[in-house]
Design a protein. Structure first.
Length: 255
């Protein structure tokens, strides 16, 4: 009978270590795998919660951006008690302010490089003031004013007074405000910031775009009813200039 030798130990030892390795793998799979699964579940739950909150904020931005402007538009539409303007035409004016005016203004502003460059504080502030006080009023009031001009050309018989010009201009302005509000609201990080901005843009400054473009409408109406041919061109230009000026003054002090 052969005795136990050192060689036998050296041969058998590796198999023992192999069993230990397999047992370690089992331990890791039983202990660490559930931990990783729990971590994955937590990450997925966090992502789903974050996505649902972002979606809720976005939907709230749409509602809070549009509803107040629609209410204001209906109130202004009812101002003319003698002969209310056709409701479908009010919708057309609102739509022009909400879609074409916004799209064309954004394209024009991007074409004019409406971007605040990186740099020192003074340069950035001056550039931002230039963009807000000059470029934005220029582009936005021109494209909103085009909508008012089209109404005066295509539906000239519907313009019976100076008040009509103010109403049509206001409708375009309310449409523009609705979409602009959505763009501002959607960029807020939380509900608190959204509500604060909603209060400012819906109640404090809610009718400003209607005022700006309303001045353009008044200018077109004065041009229609004047007896002097030269004033038929001057009044609309003055109305547009007044819209740009008031818009610029507001943006300057708000920047």
């Amino acid at each position: 009978m052969k005795g136990f030798s050192n060689t036998d130990f050296l041969v058998k030892a590796p198999s023992d270590f192999g069993i230990q390795k397999r047992s370690n793998r089992v331990y890791l799979s039983l202990v660490l795998r559930p931990r990783s699964l729990i971590k994955d579940l937590r990450c997925n739950a966090f992502r789903e919660t974050l996505a649902s909150r972002l979606m809720a904020l976005f939907l709230a931005s749409i509602v809070l951006g549009i509803v107040p402007m629609v209410i204001y538009a209906l109130l202004v539409w009812r101002v003319d008690r003698w002969e209310k303007e056709p409701f479908p035409l009010m919708l057309v004016a609102f739509f022009w302010g909400a879609v074409p005016s916004v799209v064309f203004a954004l394209i024009a502003q991007n074409g004019l490089d409406l971007v605040v460059p990186e740099g020192d504080g003074e340069l950035s502030l001056m550039t931002e003031l230039y963009a807000a006080s000059f470029i934005a009023p220029l582009t936005e009031e021109i494209f909103k004013g085009i909508g008012v001009l089209l109404i005066f050309i295509l539906f000239r018989n519907e313009i019976d007074s100076i008040l009509d010009g103010l109403i049509y201009g206001s409708m375009v302005g309310f449409g523009f405000s609705a979409v602009e509000n959505i763009l501002y609201f959607a960029g807020q990080p939380d509900a608190g910031s959204l509500l604060v901005l909603f209060f400012l843009r819906a109640f404090i400054f809610g009718m400003l775009h209607a005022l700006f473009t309303g001045l353009t409408g008044v200018g077109f109406a004065l041009g229609k009813f004047t007896k002097y041919p030269i004033l038929k061109w001057i009044w609309p230009l003055l109305g547009l200039a007044a819209a740009m000026s008031t818009h610029s003054i507001h943006n300057y002090f708000a920047t």
